[in-house]
Design a protein around this ligand. Structure first.
Ligand code: ADP
Ligand code: MG
Length: 571
């Protein structure tokens, strides 16, 4: 085998793969450049999920004529010059890789002008090479148009998701920067529609209103915390500002957690944990808060050079940052959100269930009406669960029942989820999902990513029982919902459907049915009457796959008589 150095074109494409993973990465890099250029207004327009075109216009400082071509070279940057500069980076970019990488995987047009001159430059690049460079009149600022992204990288194209998913990533990136820079006016247009527009008022709450809607914004609490950490005996000031949602506003996923370190958008498990710890006991399990957290600390305290797309950072003193965030968030929550704590609620339920008339573990209860124990083996081939006799409810979550072959502990939510899932599948396959009209249309606001999803999926949602009409800017009217959810939290189900990421592998229809099933199922923690429990168990006996919920988790534990006898030393 001989070793050869790759040609510059091949090398550039490989390097580009690190920086430009998907259309939203291009948007991110170009936004960062516009912000570094001191822009006050940034407009982003995309077409075809960003693959067809992405255009970003800013009113920043522009690029001088003699630098325009250099800017597209690898490691060409105006932001740092020396190794030591890496220890105190105050700009978003510093590697000089973005423009070169983008030009390697797309066709690029750039027009730019500086304050000192009325004549600017127009540059066109193909396959990373300059094919045109002329002068053109323009005001200060820069416009970059990126076309045919990844056309020359078929392998990458293949891994991309649907245009709707890419659009929602783009909307998400722009939303994040809008939250970090409330003083800058952002304008995002996707396929000719305005997806986000901020005022540049400088007030975070104004951006929150744009992104999460008025309803959520009303229930946001301001975070204003400072902390002094210690690093090698020296004081390190850390400030934590931003907003967090009152516990009542929460989400099924972690996508509403935004972290900014020195005004750089980052993802961080450490910070996610810090925030979630602050909410401990205030949220139901599986629910996540909304939080916008700005952390400011001296640039020397954070290494921004550890990740190819700078999406993660490393703190010198992780512990201090963790504590600062956790305390800042916790303190607003405890001072301004007097809500019942989950732990307390759970204790209450446990207390109640032990006070039930039938002691749970004292042998066969003499309850009325239940089927005789041993005559009840499987009667039809698909019925794998024997007839059960309900003994009672434990911890507000579990139905304890007895069968011919021992004890069953059934997770009420998981079991009901399975029942609803099979019911909905059957409805879909026969009459169609049953629909319930609303007495009055319900209006609700969506985030830009949800907006994208709704625009492309409205037809499909209709098949699943949601009749939704466009009402006005990012506002929709819900006119009908699936009947199974009419009294339940159909809004949560809808949001979950809109928030779930899609790719070519996702079975979207199955996911939607799962969401409907989950939100129509009885909740964990709900006290059930004996009749309700019996009905639930009876329905569970009839489903095809009673042992797991649609997500694959177990619905029940079974303790056989043999196991019991062994435990008690009878055998
Ligand atoms: P980096 O941002 O890491 O310096 P880039 O490849 O993104 O590297 O950009 C290269 C250089 O081009 C930047 O350092 C900057 O001088 C210039 N540049 C890029 N975009 C803009 C813009 N929108 N406005 C002004 N200058 C820009
Ligand atoms: Mg850059």
């Amino acid at each position: 085998m001989t070793i050869k150095v790759l040609s510059p074109q091949v090398a550039a494409k490989i390097a580009a793969g690190e920086v430009v993973e998907r259309p939203a990465s291009v948007v991110k890099e170009l936004l960062e450049n516009a912000l570094d250029a001191g822009a006050g207004q940034i407009a982003i327009e995309t077409k075809g999920g960003g693959l067809e075109s992405i255009r970003i216009t800013d009113d920043g400082c522009g690029i001088a004529a003699e630098d325009v071509e250099t800017a597209f070279g690898r490691y060409a940057t105006s932001k740092i010059t020396r190794v030591e500069d890496l220890d105190g980076i105050t700009t978003l970019g510093f590697r000089g890789e973005a423009l070169a990488s983008i030009a390697a995987v797309a066709q690029v047009d750039l027009t730019t002008g500086i304050k000192e001159s009325t004549v600017g430059d127009l540059l066109t690049l193909k396959e990373g090479l300059v094919v045109r460079h002329i002068q053109q009149a323009r005001a200060h600022g820069t416009t970059i148009t990126v076309r045919d992204l990844f056309r020359n990288v078929p392998a990458r194209l293949k891994f991309l998701k649907t245009a709707a998913t890419e659009n929602s990533h783009i909307a998400n990136v722009v939303s994040q920067y809008a939250l970090t820079y409330p003083e800058i006016r952002f304008f995002l247009n996707i396929d000719g529609r305005t997806a986000l527009q901020t005022t540049g008022s400088g007030k975070l709450i104004d951006v929150v209103i744009e992104i999460y809607g008025l309803e959520t914004a009303r229930r946001m609490l301001e975070v204003n915390g400072g902390e002094v950490g210690w690093q090698a005996g020296e004081a390190v000031p850390i400030t934590v500002t931003g907003m967090v949602g009152a516990p009542a506003v929460n989400k099924a996923g972690r996508d509403a957690l935004s972290f900014f370190v020195n005004r750089r958008v980052i993802g961080s498990r450490l910070l996610t944990r810090a925030v979630e710890e602050a909410y401990q006991g205030l949220l139901m399990q599986g629910r996540h808060p909304i939080a916008i957290i700005n952390i400011n600390l001296p640039p020397s305290e954070v290494d921004v050079n550890i990740h190819p797309t700078k999406a993660e950072v490393k703190f010198q003193n992780e512990r201090a940052v963790f504590t600062a965030v956790q305390r800042a968030v916790r303190s607003v929550l405890v001072t301004t959100a007097p809500v019942a704590k989950i732990e307390e609620a759970q204790k209450q339920y446990t207390g109640q269930s032990s006070g039930m008339t039938q002691p749970l573990w004292s042998g066969p209860a003499k309850e009325n009406g239940s089927a005789p124990l041993l005559s009840t083996n499987a009667q039809s081939p698909k019925m794998t669960l024997p007839l059960l006799r309900v003994l009672g409810q434990a911890a507000g979550n579990y139905i304890v029942a007895e069968g011919p072959d021992g004890l069953y502990v059934i997770d009420q939510h998981a079991a009901h989820e399975r029942i609803m899932y099979e019911k909905l599948l059957a409805e879909k396959a026969t009459r169609g999902i049953q629909v319930q009209g609303m007495l009055e249309p319900y209006s609700f606001e969506v985030t830009p990513p949800q907006d994208e999803m709704l625009k492309t999926e409205a037809g499909r949602l209709h098949d699943f029982g949601f009749t939704i009409e466009f009402f006005g800017e990012r506002t929709y009217l819900v006119r009908a919902v699936p009947s199974v959810l009419k009294d339940g939290d159909w809004l949560e189900a809808l949001k979950e459907i809109l928030d779930s990421p899609r790719d070519k592998m996702t079975n979207v229809e199955d996911d939607i049915i799962k969401s409907l099933a989950c939100h129509s199922a009885v909740r964990a923690g709900k006290m059930l009457t004996d009749d309700e429990m019996r009905e639930l168990v009876r329905q569970l006996e009839q489903v095809n796959l009673p042992n797991t919920c649609p997500h694959g988790r177990p619905t029940m534990l079974h303790l056989s008589i043999g196991q019991l006898e062994k435990e008690f030393g009878r055998v």
